[in-house]
Design a protein around this ligand. Sequence first.
Ligand SMILES: Cc1cc2nc3c(=O)[nH]c(=O)nc-3n(C[C@H](O)[C@H](O)[C@H](O)COP(=O)(O)O)c2cc1C
Length: 354
Amino acid sequence: MQIGHIPLANRLFVAPMAGVTDRPFRQLCKALGAGYAVSEMVTSRKDLWSSLKTSRRANHEGESGPIAVQIAGTEAQMMAEAALYNVDRGAQIIDINMGCPAKKVCNKWAGSALMQDEALAVEIAAAVVAACAPRNVPVTLKMRTGWCQQHKNAIALARQFENVGIQMLTVHGRTREQGYQGQAEYDTIAAVKAQVAIPVVANGDITSPEKARDVLAATGADAIMIGRAAQGRPWIFREVGHFLATGEHLAPPLVAELRRLLLDHLHDHYSLYGELTGVRSARKHIAWYLRALPGGEALRQHINTIEDCTTQWQAVAGYLDALAQQMDRLPAISDVDAEPEEPEEPEKQGRLPA
Ligand SMILES: Cc1cc2nc3c(=O)[nH]c(=O)nc-3n(C[C@H](O)[C@H](O)[C@H](O)COP(=O)(O)O)c2cc1C
């Protein structure tokens, strides 16, 4: 599996998720078997580049390669400049967001909304490719199956994107109109794969090793991308990789391993975000790790009342020490537990459904 001239370790990818797939989480997923991870999106709006949020997202200190940055915007020249801004900060691959979230940039909807305006979508892709080509940086693109049920234009767009030099396409098997409702469908992804020669990545509702195998078979995709099922379960990549290679299931992680992974993750998280933001933004990760564990809900409620990183870290460590007295390994995840959740109120964060 390669993106342009850049080889990847395997075909199991972490989906970009704003507010989730920051550098510590991407590193963790890569250490646990993901072959590739794309950053949270960086806006094409120059006036926001110096904001703390954007500069954190554009900082790749210590990140193992290849470093891939997703950009979002609605204007071709601005997107080309955003691509180069990130290349100057270490990006080796640029990914264009036409999948999610549909963020408003300069009074226009970006992300998957761009699929409604094919000419603009292709103009953006061509401009970013032209900017990146002299730097030898491949450009990839992530989209949905289409705008709505009646306009599933991913197939028509895929050909045009390939023609202007996009080197890999990821398709989330839902339309923009669907948000996260219903099930992801894979027929359109298979049709995209059949139309283009560049690698195609299948995404949407992959929650288990069996589902990964089935989606690869149904779509003929070159790789799969996992988002929500990796929240609080970054070892899913190792589980999928082992199953695809052997047909056997790995045992769930030891509680001792979860303790090490989660406490190290929190440490890295606090280092990136600092005390005030760190303690709050870590809560969702802790809740995801513990959601299916005995006493996890009570701990989650307690964690929400804690306002400093040291006390939060100690509460998690104490809980896991007690859990290790009760069980050696985490319980196996049932399909019901693995069902991906709808993200909470994306509108609140100024976005349409991802
Ligand atoms: C919290 C959250 C944030 C997301 N942010 C982005 C993003 O910044 N860029 C993007 O292309 N997709 C984003 N997505 C969509 C995911 O990359 C992925 O396409 C979607 O979740 C479907 O995959 P899944 O079923 O494996 O979760 C986001 C999804 C979630 C849940």
